[in-house]
Design a protein around this ligand. Structure first.
Ligand SMILES: C[S@@+](CC[C@H](N)C(=O)[O-])C[C@H]1O[C@@H](n2cnc3c(N)ncnc32)[C@H](O)[C@@H]1O
Length: 402
C-alpha cells in the first residue's frame, strides 16, 4: 500500500493504536469504531487505515527495536513513521516525522533483527520461548512466519438457504469475486478485502464469515438431522449455526455460554440464517450442566483458549496475552472437559476443539482427560497448522462414550 499523505488519516491511525496499546482495546473493534465515525473517508482511505493499524500492531516489537525505544502515548507518530521507513516509503514533510532519521532506523533494525528470530518476527519473548518449548524450532518458526501474514477472508455458505455455486454467482453479480476452496465443502475465499457485511446476500443470511479451518469443526461432530446436540461454549454461535445447517434444522441444538450477551448475538445471527432448532441457555450455575447430564448425542466443547492459532487474525493478542492467562485457561479447559463431558449420553460423542496450536492445550488436555475417564475413547484427532493450510490453526478431537 502506498502511503496516503493526508494528516487526518494518520490521526485516525494513531488514535486507534493508542486505544489498542494503552487502553487494552481490541484492534478490530477500535478500527470499526474509527471507520464508522468517519463516514466521509473513501474506500482507499479505509483500506489504508485498516492495513496500517493491523501491520503496526503485528510488527510492534520489530518496529520498537528499529525505533530504539518502546512505543508510548507520546511517540505514536514516530512509531508509525518508523514503520513506513521500514516499508521503504517516503514520509511526508510533517513536523511529527521530523525526528525520524531513516538511516538510523535501518541501522538499528539491522542490529536488532540480525540472528534474532523473535525480534525479526515481532514476537514477545515469553511467547516465542513457550512455542519453542512446545513445538520445537522448525515447526514454531514456520507457524510464526505464517501467522505474520494478513488473514484471508473466508465465508461459509449457509446451506439452509443456498448452495456454494449459487452464492458465488450472487456475490459475483454484486461485484465480489470469490474462489472455491475445494477442501472445505461450504467455503469461499474473497478475492479482495471488502465490506461484505453490507451485501444483500449477507443481510439475507446466505453466508457467515468464518475461517476455513473453523469450518472443519462442526463436520467433525458427525451430526445427523434429528440429533440432540449441545454446543457448550457457543459464544456468538459460529459453530452452532454451522451445526444447525448440517442438521437441516431437524433435531435440537442447545447453545450454552457463560456470557449472555454472546448468546444474544447468536440469536440475531440464527434469525438471519433461518436456523430454527437452536435454544440458548446461559450457564449461570452448575445446575444447568447437571440437568443435562447423559442427554446429548453430541457435545461440542469449543473451549476458551490462548488463541495461539489465530494470531494472524488477532495480532493484538501478542501484546495482550500473558503466561499467567495461558496457565489459568488450561485449568479452565480441564475443568470444562471434566464436567461438560457428563452431558454426553452412552453411545454419544464429544468433540473438544481449540484455536490453539500448543499441545498443552490440545493433545495433552485430551490425554489427561482420558486417563481419568475410561468411559471415553479417542477415535480421531486433528491439528491444523497455519503453515500447512494457509488458514487459522485449530485442534479437534472426537471422543466416543462407551
Ligand atoms: C472459542 S470461544 C467459542 C467460539 C464459538 N464456539 C464460535 O464458534 O463462535 C470460547 C467460548 O467459551 C466461553 N466460555 C468461557 N468459559 C466458559 C465456561 N466455563 N463454560 C462455558 N463457556 C465458557 C466464552 O465466553 C467463549 O464464548
Amino acid at each position: 500500500m502506498k502511503i496516503l499523505p493526508y494528516k487526518n488519516l494518520f490521526i485516525g491511525i494513531t488514535e486507534t493504536l493508542h486505544n489498542v496499546f494503552f487502553e487494552n482495546k481490541y484492534a478490530d473493534r477500535e478500527l470499526e469504531k474509527m471507520l464508522k465515525s468517519n463516514r466521509k473517508w473513501g474506500s482507499k482511505d479505509r483500506a489504508f487505515i485498516a492495513e496500517t493499524v493491523y501491520d503496526t500492531v503485528r510488527w510492534k516489537r520489530m518496529i520498537e527495536a528499529s525505533m530504539g525505544k518502546e512505543v508510548a502515548p507520546d511517540n505514536l507518530w514516530e512509531f508509525v513513521g518508523t514503520w513506513f521507513v521500514l516499508e521503504d516509503e517516503k514520509l511526508p514533510f510533517w513536523d511529527e516525522f521530523k525526528k525520524i532519521s531513516a538511516k538510523d532506523v535501518l541501522k538499528r533494525n539491522h542490529a536488532a533483527t540480525d540472528g534474532n528470530f523473535a525480534i525479526r518476527e515481532s514476537m514477545p519473548q515469553w511467547m516465542y520461548d513457550l512455542g519453542l518449548k512446545e513445538l520445537g524450532k522448525n515447526q514454531w518458526h514456520q507457524e510464526v512466519e505464517t501467522m505474520n501474514l494478513p488473514a484471508p477472508t473466508v465465508i461459509r455458505t449457509n446451506t439452509l438457504k443456498t448452495d456454494r455455486k449459487a452464492l458465488q454467482k450472487n456475490l459475483k453479480d454484486q461485484g465480489f469475486l470469490t474462489e472455491v476452496l475445494s477442501k472445505y465443502p461450504d467455503a469461499l475465499e474473497m478475492a479482495d478485502k471488502a465490506n461484505i457485511f453490507k451485501t444483500d446476500a449477507f443481510q439475507a443470511g446466505l453466508f457467515e464469515v468464518q475461517d476455513a479451518g473453523s469450518q472443519l469443526i462442526a463436520p467433525y461432530l458427525n451430526v445427523q438431522p434429528g440429533m440432540r446436540v449441545i454446543d457448550a461454549c457457543a459464544g456468538a454461535g459460529g459453530k452452532t449455526l454451522h451445526l444447525a445447517a448440517m442438521m437441516q434444522n431437524k433435531g435440537q441444538i442447545y447453545a450454552l455460554d457463560i456470557h449472555e450477551w454472546k448468546l444474544q448475538e447468536l440469536k440475531k445471527r440464527a434469525k438471519r440464517a433461518g436456523a430454527q432448532n437452536i435454544q440458548t441457555k446461559v450457564i449461570d450455575s452448575t445446575k444447568v450442566i447437571k440437568k443435562m447430564e447423559g442427554t446429548a448425542d453430541r457435545v461440542l466443547i469449543d473451549a476458551p483458549c490462548s488463541g495461539l492459532g489465530v494470531l494472524s487474525r488477532n495480532p493484538d493478542s501478542k501484546w495482550k496475552l500473558t503466561p499467567e492467562f495461558i496457565e489459568d485457561i488450561k485449568k479452565i479447559q480441564a475443568e470444562i472437559l471434566d464436567s461438560y463431558s457428563k452431558m454426553v449420553k452412552n453411545g454419544g460423542a464429544l468433540v473438544y476443539a481449540t484455536c490453539s496450536i500448543l499441545p498443552s492445550e490440545n493433545q495433552n488436555q485430551v490425554q489427561a482427560f482420558l486417563a481419568n475417564h475410561p468411559e471415553f475413547k479417542l477415535v480421531r484427532e486433528k491439528q491444523l497448522f497455519p503453515s500447512q493450510t494457509g488458514y487459522d490453526g485449530f485442534y479437534m478431537a472426537y471422543l466416543e462414550k462407551n
